[in-house]
Design a protein around this ligand. Structure first.
Ligand code: HEM
Length: 337
C-alpha cells in the first residue's frame, strides 16, 4: 500500500510539473497564430500580418488618424526610402554621365562662319524675366526637393543633426513658397511661347538631320527648333504634372484619400527626377554645349550668323517683317582684347 501511495505521488507530481511547464511557455508558443494586441512592438510585424491594418480609437474628429498602420503604408515607405532613391540616382547621374561623354566627343558646337559682329533681338525683357524667374525657382525647388529624397543618406552623415535640421527646415520653407512663382512662370511660359512651339513639318526634317548638334549639319528652323519645342513641352506638361501633384501634397486630404496622397508623392518624385534630367540637358546646350546660345537669354540678342545657322526661317521672317536695316542691329562692336 505504501509502495502504491509512493508511486501515485510520483505520477501526480510528474503531471503537476508537466502542467506547470506547459502553463509557463510563452503565449505565442501556446497559440502560434494568435495575437496579443497589448504586446510590445516586437510583435508589431505579427500583428500587421494578422490584422492587415492596425487601428485604434481616438477623440479628435480626424478619423483617418485612428489608422496607425496599413500595408500600403509600408509599400509607400519602401518607395520613398529605396525605390525613388534608385530611380533618382540612375536618372540624374545617368544624364550627367551622358552629357560629360557627349561634351568630350562633340565639344562646343561653334558658329561655323564665326561671329558677324551684328546682333538681332531674340528675347525681350519680359520674356527673359519670365524665363529667369521660373528657372531660379526651379533650381531652388529641385535642390530643396532632392533634399527630401537624398538629404538623410547623403548630407546627414556630413553635418551635425542640428545643422541638417536647420538646413532642411529652410529648404522645406523654400519648397513650400517658391512653388507659387514657379507655377506662375510655367503658365506664363505656356502663354508667351505657345505660338512658336506648335509642331510642324520642319521639325521632322530637323530631327532627321540630327538638329545640328549630333551631326554637323544646320537644318532650318523657325523661332524655335524641334529640340527647343521638346524642352518647351517638357516644361509645360512636366511643370503642370509636378505642380498638380505638389499641391495635392501641400494640401493633404482636401478631397483626397490616403491612396491619392501616396500616388501623388510617387508621381511628384518621378516627374521631378525626369524634369531635373531634362533641365540639365537644357542648361548644357544653353551654356558649354553651343557657342552664342547663352546670350539669347543673357542680353536678349544673338549674333546674326548664329541666327542664320540655327534659325534661318525665323531670321528670314524677321528680315521680311522689319527690313534688314531694322533687324540687323548695329554691331555690338567691342574692341578685340
Ligand atoms: C508647383 C510646384 C511644386 C509644389 C507645389 C511642390 C510641392 C511639394 C511637396 C508638398 C512635397 C513634399 C515635401 C515633404 O514631404 O516634406 C514635395 C516633394 C518633392 N518635390 Fe516638389 N513641389 C513643386 C515643384 C517641384 C519641382 C519643380 C521639383 C524638382 C524639379 C520638385 C521636386 C521634389 C522632390 C524631389 C520631392 C521629394 C519627393 C520624395 O522624396 O518623396 N518639386 N514637393
Amino acid at each position: 500500500m505504501t509502495m502504491f501511495a509512493a508511486k501515485f505521488r510520483i505520477v501526480v507530481g510528474a503531471f503537476a510539473l508537466l502542467a506547470l511547464a506547459v502553463s509557463t511557455r510563452p503565449a505565442s508558443a501556446q497559440q502560434p497564430n494568435s495575437v496579443n494586441p497589448q504586446a510590445s512592438v516586437v510583435k508589431e510585424q505579427q500583428l500587421l500580418q494578422q490584422l492587415k491594418t492596425i487601428e485604434g480609437r481616438g477623440t479628435i474628429p480626424d478619423t483617418k488618424s485612428y489608422t496607425i498602420e496599413q500595408p500600403a503604408g509600408r509599400d509607400w515607405r519602401h518607395f520613398h526610402e529605396v525605390t525613388l532613391r534608385w530611380i533618382g540616382a540612375i536618372i540624374v547621374l545617368g544624364i550627367l554621365a551622358v552629357l560629360i561623354l557627349f561634351y568630350l566627343w562633340r565639344g562646343m558646337v561653334r558658329i561655323p562662319g564665326g561671329r558677324s559682329g551684328r546682333t538681332i533681338v531674340r528675347f525681350n525683357a519680359f520674356e527673359r524675366f519670365v524665363h529667369w524667374m521660373t528657372a531660379t525657382c526651379f533650381i531652388i525647388l529641385a535642390i530643396s526637393g532632392l533634399n527630401v529624397t537624398f538629404g538623410k543618406p547623403l548630407l546627414l552623415p556630413l553635418m551635425s543633426p542640428e545643422a541638417f535640421t536647420a538646413w532642411s527646415q529652410w529648404a522645406k520653407y523654400a519648397h513650400d513658397y517658391l512653388n507659387f512663382p514657379f507655377t506662375l512662370g510655367v503658365i506664363m511660359i505656356f502663354l508667351i511661347w505657345i505660338a512658336g512651339n506648335i509642331p510642324n513639318h520642319v521639325d521632322v526634317e530637323w530631327f532627321k538631320r540630327g538638329g545640328g548638334i549630333v551631326g554637323h549639319d544646320h537644318p532650318p528652323a523657325y523661332r524655335f527648333n524641334a529640340g527647343q519645342k521638346t524642352i518647351y513641352w517638357i516644361v509645360v506638361l512636366g511643370g503642370t504634372a509636378v505642380a498638380i501633384s505638389g499641391y495635392v501634397l501641400m494640401f493633404p486630404f482636401y478631397g483626397t484619400d490616403i491612396h491619392t496622397m501616396q500616388s501623388a508623392e510617387i508621381a511628384h518624385g518621378i516627374v521631378a527626377m525626369l524634369l531635373v534630367a531634362a533641365m540639365l540637358g537644357h542648361i548644357y546646350i544653353g551654356t558649354i554645349g553651343m557657342e552664342g546660345a547663352f546670350e539669347a537669354m543673357g542680353t536678349g540678342t544673338v549674333d546674326l550668323n548664329w541666327a542664320k545657322e540655327h534659325h534661318r526661317l525665323w531670321l528670314d521672317e524677321e528680315m521680311a517683317r522689319t527690313g534688314p536695316n531694322e533687324s540687323q542691329r548695329q554691331p555690338a562692336l567691342r574692341p578685340a582684347e
